[in-house]
Design a protein around this ligand. Structure first.
Ligand SMILES: Cc1cc2nc3c(=O)[nH]c(=O)nc-3n(C[C@H](O)[C@H](O)[C@H](O)COP(=O)(O)OP(=O)(O)OC[C@H]3O[C@@H](n4cnc5c(N)ncnc54)[C@H](O)[C@@H]3O)c2cc1C
Length: 531
């Protein structure tokens, strides 16, 4: 059972590991350690658990914050599905989104991303018949990258001695691709800029346009969805609902409203944590799942940070872009409102993604560089039982932190008239895009509210409201410090920043961290385990 932290909260038992942050990275680490016999304590600052997998409810609606679709979970033998089954005792169920998972809309042209790799290829060849060879080559390249990914990420869990011997070789192949930008690789196989624009039509899934993103990140997202997308039945909250009992059964506890102020370190060894109210909790190990910037800038005492030059490490990575999300509620079931299950990615017709993003970042009145429209109510088969005659839509676009920075420090819901006006203008622009795509929804909207980077900062604690932790540039993938082990004894990292953004990336981070802590390959164990 998830408990709320109170000043007089007493730890009844000794915990083996304290995990800071209850996102999917922290929860996965916790579930694995629990099943390995450890007692874990998870401390979450928000009033609800789950990190970006949490949902919020208002005016009779429920919205998922950081999950719109997940790939590979529909294949019972995929690694991601096996891991989810392991950490939830098979209690998390998935609904397939159907034949088309993403619809890329550029001006008035539409391109479907179709489930099944052969179907995907055939569909693209229909759109771009002259580029058949390039499309085949592209898919082969994506598979090559993903093939080399396993050993690159496994190297992060190796003990120092083996790492010195083996890690270089295990990382080499993947880095060949990770060191190049998406655009560099695509340009080497096709000169067709329209095809490049379509192939990178999911760049919003990792936050960086093709000339800045690492091809390895592009490839892992593209591959992740080749077999289609799925949504948790019962909504994203089912993730925490199904992991919590597994942790509790093994003696673990999840505490919400529990903000950690600092990690207690004595003689270069993590001893526990200091809470915001001054209380201290002790354990044999401490794990931070709060993101690398939070961890190194806020949670590690400055003297320790200086000693290990942790701030210098941070100079090698940068926070990802921030976003705004319009959460919409409508009266009427998804069927009645004819809401699709697939996502829409809407782009301006003219220009390449990089130029369009650049123009928007320097002038927010320029066209939105990307508008992502998702229909969660249509994706969840249990929705209408839970919320009869209602539906939801989420619309996401980029919103630079600088545009809302002046209201930093003001209170949520009380940021003042000018902030509300800015949000209203932005909301109307996003609604226009929705009505342009689905005109029949005009006049059907019952509720809308816009989140900004300040909302993300307030609830999930990312310093500039960043959407995906640190940026997925080639430079990021070269950083060896993005791994579970730190220079501080008994102190570990987990979460999206040590692997990559996405629920899949954060899930793997949990396995890699638990493997490093336990000194065994837990992915292998999952494959052997009877769940
Ligand atoms: C709008 C949006 C849409 C997305 N859509 C998808 C999608 O469709 N598919 C997909 O696969 N991925 C998606 N993602 C990405 C995915 O949600 C994230 O990559 C993943 O959930 C990150 O997990 P995490 O465990 O690393 O971190 P988080 O979920 O960010 O968890 C970190 C936790 O640490 C807590 N914390 C921070 N500081 C402290 C402290 N001092 N004390 C205690 N707790 C603290 C935070 O409150 C938070 O709960 C989306 C993300 C966003 C923002």
């Amino acid at each position: 059972m998830i408990q709320s932290y109170k000043k007089n909260f007493k730890i009844e038992e000794q915990y083996d590991t304290i995990i800071i942050g209850s996102g999917i990275g922290g929860l996965t680490t916790a579930a694995f350690l629990s099943k390995e016999g450890q007692k874990v304590l998870i401390l979450e600052r928000h009033y609800t658990a789950g990190g970006f997998t949490h949902v919020f409810k208002r005016n009779g609606y429920e919205w998922d914050v950081g999950i719109h679709y997940i790939g590979e979970v529909q294949r019972p033998n995929s690694a991601i599905r096996r891991i989810f089954d392991y950490i939830t005792d098979c209690n998390l169920k998935w609904a397939d989104m159907g034949r088309v998972y993403d619809r890329i809309i550029i001006g008035d042209k539409e391109y479907e991303f179709v489930k099944g790799v052969e179907n995907f290829k055939q569909q693209l060849i229909e759109y771009f018949p002259k580029d058949k060879d390039a499309i085949n080559q592209y898919v082969d390249l994506v598979f090559s990258v993903v093939k080399s990914m396993g050993s690159y990420f496994s190297a992060k869990a190796l003990p120092p001695f083996l790492s010195r011997l083996l890690a270089g070789r295990m990382r080499r192949k993947y880095l060949e691709y990770a060191n190049k930008t998406t655009y560099e690789v695509l340009k080497s196989i096709t000169q067709n800029e329209d095809l490049i624009k379509v192939l990178t039509g999911q760049y919003g899934d990792y936050g960086l346009p093709p000339k800045q993103s690492s091809f390895a990140m592009h490839a892992s997202v593209a591959r992740h969805y080749f077999n289609g997308g799925s949504f948790p039945i019962g909504g994203s909250s089912q993730i925490i609902e199904t992991i919590d009992p597994v942790i509790e059964k093994c003696g673990g506890t999840i505490l919400i409203n529990a903000e950690v102020n600092q990690i207690l370190i004595e003689k270069n060894k993590a001893m526990g944590v200091l809470m915001n109210d001054g209380k201290k909790f002790f354990a044999n190990n401490v794990v931070s799942s709060t993101g690398i910037f939070n961890t190194y800038e806020k949670l590690i005492p400055p003297s320790v940070s200086q000693k290990y030059q942790l701030n210098q490490q941070l100079e090698k990575v940068s926070p990802s872009v921030a976003h705004a999300c319009l959460y919409i509620g409508l009266k009427g079931s998804p069927e009645k409102l004819k809401l699709p299950k697939n996502n829409l990615w809407v782009y301006p017709e003219k220009g390449d993604h990089d130029t369009i993003v650049e123009n928007y970042l320097s002038d927010s009145k320029a066209p939105f560089p990307v508008v992502y429209i998702s229909f969660p109510a249509a994706k969840d088969p249990s929705w209408s039982e839970r919320y009869p005659d209602r539906s939801t839509i989420d619309i996401i676009t980029l919103l630079p932190f600088d545009l809302v920075k002046e209201w930093q420090g003001t209170k949520w819901m009380k940021r003042g008239k000018e902030y509300e006006e800015l949000k209203e203008k932005m909301s109307q622009r996003l609604l226009e895009t929705l009505y342009h795509q689905l005109p029949h929804l005009n006049g059907k909207i019952d509720h809308y509210e816009l989140s900004t980077p300040l909302t993300t900062q307030n609830f999930v604690n990312y310093k500039e409201g960043e959407i995906y932790g640190i940026d997925h540039t080639p430079q990021r993938f070269r950083q060896k410090f993005l791994q579970p082990r730190t220079p501080i004894k008994n102190f570990y990292l987990t979460g999206q920043d040590i692997i990559s953004a996405g629920v899949g990336g954060a899930l793997f981070s949990g396995v890699v961290t638990a493997s490093a802590m336990q000194g065994k390959n837990l992915v292998k164990m999952v494959y052997k385990a009877k769940t």
